[in-house]
Every structure is written in C-alpha cells, then in structure tokens.
Design a protein around this ligand. Structure first.
Ligand code: SAM
Length: 324
C-alpha cells in the first residue's frame, strides 16, 4: 500500500494480522452501555469534572488526555494523517469560519489552516494541556484554541459555517447534547462533520492491542475500546439524522499506519494517553512485558524486528444544518 493517505471506499480488504475475536452481540451491547455509564460519570454540569471513574477502573478522563507530547507520539501522529481527509469530506470552503470540537493538540485545526488559506478556525477542548500545546504552535491569528466542553459551547448561535470534530464524539459523555450544541452554533445551510475510529474492526493499531490485552486478562474486556459508542458503521449517521441534520452522508476514511519497528508501535502506549495507553501504563512490569511479548508475536510473528504497516479506518459523517 502506498504511504500516502487516501480517501476511499472500504472494500473489506486488509484484515488485522489475525482476525479479531467475535463477541456475542448482547455482551457487546452491555459493554457499550457500561462505557456510556462510565463516561457519563465524568461530567457534572458543563465541565469535565475531576471525579474518578469507578466503573471498569478507568482513570478519570482528564488523565487520559493530559500529556501533549505523549499524545502526539501515540495518536497525534495518526490524527494528522486523518485530518486532511476529514477536511476534504467536510467540504470546507475559502473564507469559512470553522469550529473544531475536541481540538486536542491541534491536528484538525492545523490541517484546515494548511488546506484553505483564508479559513478561520476556533478549536475547543477540555484538556488545558492540549490547548496550551496547540496554542504554542498556532500559525498566525487565523487559528485559535480555548478550553471548553462540547456539551456547553460558549459560542453564539449560528456563528460558524462549519463545525468539525476528529476522534472525539465517542469520548463525550452526552454526545447527543454535544451534537445539539454543534448544530446550534452552525449557521443554517452550514455543515456539521465528524469522524471516529472504527475501534471494533478497522483501527488495527488498537484492535490488535485490545485483542491481546483481553486474551491475557479477560476481566478487562469491558475496557476494550470496541465497546465505545458511535464507533460502528451507521452509528454516527443515525445520531446525525435523529438530530435533524439533512443530507447526511457517512463514509469510511482510511489511513495507513507505518511503524519503523515493534518499539515504534509499543513505546507510545506507555505514555498513558487514551484508554489503551492508560491501561498499558497501569500494568505491573511483568504484566506489561507479557503483553508486549504477545503483541510482538502477533505483529511480527517469527520475522526479525523491522518496519510494518497497519490500517486505520474511521467512520466520517456530515450533515447540513436545516433552516430555522
Ligand atoms: C482522541 S483525542 C482527539 C484529539 C484531536 N481531535 C485529534 O484528532 O488528535 C480526544 C479529545 O476529545 C477531547 N474531549 C473529551 N471530552 C470532551 C468534551 N466533553 N468536549 C470536547 N472535547 C472533549 C479530549 O480532551 C481529547 O483532546
């Protein structure tokens, strides 16, 4: 596969090195709701609180997204590859004013500014560390970032042309509330677009990780990101339609993840970012070594260490804000 990322239809090719385990539908749904319940505990009113999650021993969300450099090594490098594809899909125009919800370390906002010279972007994210990181790299005054929560945007009604969000909707405790906010701030005729990794199948970097982690310790199955909401085909589109967006379209967007070695795959998990990183970083040394050995075997087999590639598929959705 070419190193370049491309926007293309999924044709079912490119399985993970070993087929992911199938789980029974009922169990999957139970885990799905366990995730929603766990995430729901994070927000008291309109701010992400510092309440630890009790369910599944998950760390509080602000700890999942607190180390900017570690995030960049773990996921930011792939967000930057995915971002231009979402920009293209969202059909952002010259002169548009765009809101980036859950802007993180800035991948999508920077991709917007690079692709469309006259665009103006506001990024909002509850992680003050990520916001500071993005602010420090802001190219001029067309892009700005601030701390905020998608569920209570401090932005006037109908004030932006497009609202976009990359790899965020599944982490928001009340995604419906957030989407309503995204629609409120977007002008009629404007577009609301988002993308979320297909954790259950298409995001091989994380699929492989959780398959092996759960095989080693079945008690952590509920933490597998495959149980998160809005990551399966059709789920984002259903949410978009249910909230009145028009001309809704959903599309798989796919990138290739090229790793130079097993360490290049594994070490970024130890920075503790996101649910998988938090889990890896929490393990005792022997358990961590056992997981690394399984992953190495899964990814390299009997081959010598060296470069390998995985596929990352996300589901992207867009819809037009109706007249009001
Ligand atoms: C996987 S990161 C994606 C960051 C960035 N968009 C990217 O693609 O690299 C998930 C982001 O969602 C943010 N997030 C979590 N809850 C949120 C909320 N309620 N409102 C807005 N953003 C939220 C996190 O702080 C984190 O930056």
């Amino acid at each position: 596969m070419d190193q370049d990322v491309s926007l293309r239809a999924h044709r079912g090719q490119g399985r993970t090195p070993r087929a992911p385990m199938d789980m029974k539908y009922a169990r999957r749904r139970a885990h799905h709701w366990a995730w929603i319940a766990a995430l729901s505990m994070l927000v008291a009113t309109d701010r992400v609180t510092h309440t630890p999650i009790a369910a599944n021993n998950m760390p509080p969300q602000q700890d999942l997204f607190a180390e900017s450099d570690a995030y960049e090594r773990f996921m930011g490098r792939w967000s930057r590859r995915l971002a231009p594809l979402l920009v293209k899909f969202a059909a952002v125009d010259e002169g548009d004013s765009v809101l980036d919800v859950g802007s993180g370390t800035g991948a999508l906002a920077f991709a917007l500014a690079e692709a469309i010279p006259s665009v103006r972007v506001t990024g909002v994210d509850p992680s003050s560390a990520y916001v500071r990181y993005a602010q420090a790299r802001t190219p001029g005054d067309r892009v700005r970032f601030s701390v905020g929560d998608a569920q209570a945007l401090e932005i006037p009604d109908a004030s932006v042309d497009k609202t976009v969000s990359l790899l965020v909707m599944n982490f928001i405790p009340d995604a419906k509330k957030a989407l309503r906010e995204m629609i409120r701030v977007t002008r009629p005729g404007g577009v609301v677009a988002a993308a979320v990794w297909d954790y259950a199948e298409g995001m091989e970097m994380l699929r492989v990780f959780w398959d092996e982690a759960v095989a080693l310790d079945s008690t952590i199955a509920a933490r597998d990101e495959r149980n998160m909401p809005l990551c399966r085909q059709g789920e984002l589109a259903a949410l978009w339609r249910a909230n009145g967006l028009e001309r809704v379209e959903e599309l798989p967007i796919v990138i290739e993840l090229s790793f130079t070695s097993f360490d290049d795959y594994w070490r970024p998990f130890l920075g503790g970012q996101g649910p998988a990183g938090a889990y890896a970083a929490s393990l005792s040394e022997p358990r961590r070594a056992a997981l690394a050995a399984r992953l190495r075997g899964r990814l390299l087999g009997t081959r010598q260490d060296g470069p390998f590639r995985l596929r990352g598929r996300a589901w992207a959705v867009k819809g037009v804000v109706p007249a009001r």
